[in-house]
Ligand binder design. Structure first.
Ligand code: M6R
Length: 611
């Protein structure tokens, strides 16, 4: 879950220093991990590698060591989410060999590192860190005694068990960056006089829109004017067939005047929902996806975290509109259900990044049993996007905040549009009805915008009220249940207040025991639930809870909650777009009120590429 970047550039081709390019790239990769950070630059004239690294966040470390002014035209950088070894300066990447002539950055876990380390120690190598990564630098050192660096690198990689995205530099070949990938994302960026390699696309957007996402088992090197890519078995890859062009712009990965990415991305929702809708309506991709679903025997859906909550919405939409059962499961639990999958089944896979290891493994296990995978992802060149049999783009643009916001609602929109198409194919909806339903969803962006405008002030006020709270509940019924799960995740992951979600009816079967005077209980009130939920509000009021309803004005009296977050009154299909912004805003303002940076929640990384 770390972020890695490598840049190699012709001395004459850029005004900017390469170390500055790497530092800027790390800034946009920092959401992948921020325990420590470091760079390695090859100083070819002195035949040495300059290493600068420390525990702590990029801004402080880069300033302290003056990262941008480090000399050199080839270098690598890393931002770390610790797996092996505490987040200390020694354990920070890059890791080096005995003579500091080879440096490596790594995202992933080398499972057999202890075995390799013992072997190398027996040959006299001295290790400094507790990381699994350091063995790679020493092994390349050992093997390149009798061969060129690429041969040594290939041999080293073939010995590694586990997952890796690697970038390695050596003073012996000072304008090259060697790389390899297995189960952790890695993408080459190609441009005139400069080539790059990084964990994801936003880190390279300042320099190119042309990318080659690597597949598992690929290995190679870049120099300023050449890219070499081959499979581990030595087959050279034809690059022309692999280049993708991405229409994201570099200003999309900047804060644009907002204090944090999270609040920027919440406010982007009206626009991105419009983009998602217009993009999907302008071609026949949903028709083709629905045709594929028609051929499915059983339908499964899998994902992790926020994307799982969107999958629960997908299940509700599908079952309501098509009558076809959808079996959802949490991706990391795929082993408990994979035996249910057969040839002819469909697995829908929802992943913003398209790189979440749990989701990827679930998809692979189902495909191995003959199921067809239909992916919904924001990153078309991602591993899940490429490996799925059919991929639907979310078009949310890059999401940098660790807490998913705009991608949740775009996933919800893709799910509802797909369920409408599918419903019409299976004859549950006539053509006119289909057109009408699709037109209603064209309003999703506008409703999200209205909801933000109506609830931002209330969210700030409520943050002031609950910021010292230790624990709270989100309850819902029907559509409100997945939304309550998402609300609880949002609040706990960035404000560190314990938040739990339950179907409101279930609260009586245990959770209500915690409720005492002023205990906050938030109710997410969808139109399929307002009658029964009123009794749950009354039960909580009777115990002195601070009851807060997220609901349209018309339910105010019936619900009897002590506080109302008034949201737009809309068609049931549009309710996710009315009900979601207030709890996203509440999470954001509560985190800020408690003095935390919502873009950098502790212990978390945006893309989880380790099991
Ligand atoms: O990239 P993915 O959608 O596969 O990520 C899945 C989860 O890790 C992710 O949704 C996570 O729960 C969110 N960042 C939480 O806000």
């Amino acid at each position: 879950m770390c972020g890695i970047i490598g840049v190699t550039c012709l001395p004459s081709s850029r005004n900017q220093k390469v170390a500055e390019i790497i530092t800027n790239g790390l800034r946009s990769l920092e959401y992948r991990g921020y325990d420590s950070v470091g760079i390695a630059m090859i100083d070819a004239s002195e035949r040495r590698i300059i290493i600068k690294k420390s525990d702590g966040m990029l801004e402080q470390v880069a300033k302290r060591y003056d990262f941008p002014n480090t000399p050199g035209f080839t270098g690598i950088g890393h931002t770390r989410w610790a797996t092996h070894g505490a987040p200390t300066q020694i354990n920070a990447h890059p890791q080096v060999d005995c003579k500091q002539e080879i440096a490596v950055v790594h995202n992933g876990i080398v499972k057999n590192f202890l075995e390799l380390k013992r072997e190398l120690e027996a040959k006299g190598h001295i290790f400094k860190s507790e990381t699994d990564t350091e063995v790679i630098a020493h092994m390349v050192e050992e093997l390149s005694k009798n061969s060129d660096t690429f041969t040594a690198f290939k041999k080293t990689v073939s010995m590694l068990e586990g997952s890796y995205a690697l970038a390695l530099v050596s003073v012996k070949e000072p304008d090259k960056i060697f790389f390899a990938r297995r189960e952790s994302p890695l993408i080459i960026g190609i441009s005139e006089g400069i080539n790059l390699i990084a964990s994801d696309i936003p880190a390279m957007l300042d320099h190119t829109n042309a990318f080659i996402p690597l597949s598992d088992g690929e290995i190679g090197w870049i120099s300023p004017s050449h890219v070499h890519l081959e499979s581990l078995s030595g087959e050279v890859v034809d690059l022309k067939k692999r280049i993708i062009y991405v229409d994201w712009k570099s200003d999309m990965v900047r804060k644009g005047g907002y204090p944090h990415f999270m609040i920027k991305e919440i406010h982007e929702q009206p626009q991105v929902l419009k983009n998602t809708y217009e993009g999907l309506m302008s071609d026949d991709i949903l028709d083709r996806a629905a045709d594929l679903l028609m051929r499915g025997e059983k339908l499964f859906v899998t994902a992790a975290g926020t994307s799982y909550h969107a999958s629960l919405l997908l299940k509700l939409f599908f079952e309501k509109l098509t009558g076809k059962i959808v079996y959802p499961f949490i991706a990391s639990e795929f082993r408990t259900v994979e035996h249910l999958a057969d040839r002819g089944d469909i697995i829908m896979v929802v992943s913003q990044s398209g790189e979440t290891i749990d989701t990827m493994k679930a998809m692979r296990a189902f495909r191995a049993r003959g199921a067809t995978a239909v992916a919904i992802t924001n990153v078309m060149g991602s591993t899940i996007g490429r490996e799925a049999d059919f991929t639907i783009p979310m078009r949310a643009g890059p999401e940098i905040g660790v807490a998913a916001t705009k991608t949740f609602l775009t996933q919800a929109l893709v799910a509802s549009l797909l369920s409408i198409k599918f419903s019409s194919k299976v004859g549950k909806m006539g053509k006119d009805e289909e057109r009408g339903a699709l037109a209603i969803l064209g309003e999703a962006g506008r409703i999200a915008g209205e909801s933000i405008a109506m609830t931002e002030g209330a969210a700030k006020g409520m943050a002031e009220r609950i910021h010292t709270t230790k624990s709270l509940y989100f309850l819902g019924r029907g559509l409100g249940v997945p939304l309550a799960y998402e609300a609880a995740l949002k609040l706990k992951e960035i404000s560190y207040i314990h938040a739990e979600a339950y179907p409101a009816g279930e609260s009586k079967h245990g959770p209500i025991a915690l409720v005492e005077r002023d205990f906050p209980v938030f109710f997410i009130v969808s139109s399929d639930s307002s009658d029964e939920i009123a009794s749950n509000v009354a039960e909580m009021n009777a115990r002195g809870a601070l009851t807060v309803a997220l609901a349209p004005e018309k339910f105010k009296e019936k619900l009897g909650a002590k506080v109302l977050f008034r949201v737009p009154e809309v068609d049931p299909m549009l309710e996710p777009y009315a009900l979601t912004p207030p709890f996203q805003l509440l999470a954001y303002y509560t985190a800020v009120r408690r003095g935390y940076n919502p873009d950098r929640p502790r212990n978390l990384a945006k893309t989880v590429t380790v099991e």
